[in-house]
Design a binder for this molecule. Structure first.
Ligand code: FAD
Length: 486
């Protein structure tokens, strides 16, 4: 490590003065209590650790930049001292992606929250990436537009966090995930250069640099500004609910809508357990089978056609039509599933594995994971809904819940990690891909090499080339821990 010969008592005040001079005293924190706020994200392990008064991995410094130039200056300093730098958006990630596991600097992006440009003609918006997604959405809705990115964490996650984790919202089946919405990026490279990816998203000028940074989880640079596609508000929006005898028929029904190219805005299919336990608790609907909500939006005429065609397909498959009311009820209460009193919380142990597969494999992935996870202990429940659909396959939001995990934190974490390993091994073996929209972070890092095989070398080489000192978010995305804490 550089400067290793100098005693830290001399180095620390010099470094702190350097960081403070970049962002000003109001943008710099080094007090323990402030730093502790950055030791827990939405990953279950730090939450239980914190709950049981265990020592937490804290950053030594929190730096809150306002401009890309300030980010660049901080990264140059971090390179000189070889210090870890971890970008932090809303801290709502579930994979431990923003945890400063090796200490160092947390770069809290939330003061970079300006809307930079609104192009009404091309329907694009450019914003700094520390903006909370709900604030951006509200601003757009005041102008009769929308980004149509309605993630359940819209009120707490940042635009940059969604880009870094490849996030998705409930209307993704029509409008795409965040990677389909992004047009170009401003990125500060780990070595401090500020770059812009292509000014327009479609071109034949080589590989797509924008997409290189989407999903990079703060390991290849800091995304400081993004130009995003936006939409006018639709003329018509419809939701309708159906009930299928079982999950298998429900999956076939969803597949038919997608391969028929009917372009639903949403298809949300719950397995029998979620239908009985979760849908009943949150929406008050007491039905048995596989519950599905389908939505369409756009111009009235094509929407009406799609609803009619959906009804024909579903009737052929023996579905029970529950009508519009429960569909709208779901839309209006979609956030309730993820917040108190309905959300899963300590002392329960729970995790969302979030798997994606092609239609020929998705049901097999579900069955394999369920069998493997529930075989670990009779106290473990595995359940899923299927919520992001493509022309070729769909995403499974599969969750496990351990009602009464061991009281001892280390024991509980051991069991928790075992469930993850067994579930993921089963998913990979059955042809699934981990992960669809929560990212990799710390939690899934050990599986990256296994999942990619020799192709992982490409990512490793990119990381080495862009971040020669390995300062950016070490240990995440399966990249090595190359820095040491100061
Ligand atoms: C109740 C709840 C509901 C959720 N629902 C959804 C959902 O519907 N859809 C969904 O996709 N996710 C959901 N999530 C997960 C979470 O909100 C997403 O993963 C989101 O992308 C995280 O954004 P954040 O700003 O909180 O990022 P953080 O958790 O702060 O960081 C996540 C990762 O992004 C990196 N990062 C953050 N900002 C930048 C930047 N500017 N440049 C480079 N790297 C950066 C961090 O280093 C870290 O690796 C939910 C979470 C909760 C708690």
């Amino acid at each position: 490590m550089m400067n290793a010969n100098l005693p830290h008592t001399y180095l620390q005040p010099i470094l702190e003065a350097e960081l403070e001079s970049v962002v000003g005293p109001d943008g710099f924190r080094s007090v323990d209590a402030d730093c502790l706020c950055y030791s827990v994200d939405y990953y279950w392990v730090p939450r239980v650790w914190f709950d049981r008064d265990m020592p937490m991995p804290k950053p030594q410094w929190v730096v809150m930049p306002r401009t890309a130039q300030q980010v660049a200056d901080v990264l140059r300093i971090a390179n000189r001292y070889k210090l870890p730098v971890v970008p932090w958006g809303g801290g709502s990630g579930s994979q431990g992606g923003a945890l400063p596991v090796q200490g160092g600097i947390v770069l809290d992006m939330k003061r970079m929250n300006s809307i930079v440009h609104f192009d009404e003609k091309s329907l694009t918006v450019t914003a700094q990436t520390g903006i909370i997604q709900q604030d951006l959405e509200t601003w757009l809705q005041q102008r009769d537009c929308s980004m149509m990115h309605f993630a359940a964490s819209i009120r707490s996650a940042t635009l940059g966090g969604f880009l870094a984790h490849r996030g998705t919202g409930v209307l993704s089946t029509r409008y795409g995930k965040i990677e389909d919405m992004v047009l170009s990026l401003e990125v500060v490279l780990p070595t401090g250069e500020i770059i812009r990816t292509a000014p327009v998203p479609r071109h034949a000028a080589g590989p797509d640099l924008t997409q290189l940074f989407v999903g990079s989880e703060g390991t290849l640079g800091v995304i400081t500004e993004a130009t995003m596609k936006i939409h006018p508000q639709p003329e018509a929006r419809h939701f309708r609910a159906y009930l299928f005898d079982n999950l298998s028929i429900g999956l076939e029904a969803g597949r038919r809508l997608m391969v028929d190219r009917l372009y639903p805005s949403t298809i949300r299919l719950y397995d029998a357990i979620e239908t009985q336990k979760v849908v009943k608790r949150v929406l008050g609907l007491d039905v048995d089978g596989a519950y599905m909500v389908v939505g369409y939006e756009g111009h009235q005429v094509p929407v009406e056609f799609a609803l009619k065609r959906t009804h024909e397909i579903f009737t052929e498959l023996g579905a029970q039509d529950l009508g519009e009311e429960p569909g709208w009820h779901w839309w209006e209460h979609q956030l309730d599933f993820y917040y108190p009193p309905h959300t899963l919380d300590l002392p329960e142990a729970f995790g969302t594995m979030d798997t994606v597969a092609t239609y020929d494999k998705i049901e097999g992935v579900y069955l394999a994971m369920k069998e493997a996870v529930e075989a670990i202990s009779p106290d473990i429940i595995f359940m899923a809904h299927f919520s992001h659909w493509y022309e070729w396959g769909c995403m499974m939001y599969d969750r496990f819940v351990i009602k009464e995990p061991p009281e001892d934190a280390a024991e509980a974490v051991r069991l928790y990690n075992r469930v993850w390993h067994i579930g993921i091994e089963a998913a990979l073996k059955a042809g699934g891909m981990i992960n669809e929209h929560h990212g990799i972070g710390l939690k899934l890092a050990p599986f990256m090499e296994k999942q990619y095989g020799p192709a992982f070398k490409v990512l490793l080489e990119l990381k080495k080339a862009l971040d020669p000192n390995g300062i950016m978010n070490p240990g995440k995305l399966g990249f090595p821990f190359t820095t040491r804490p100061f």
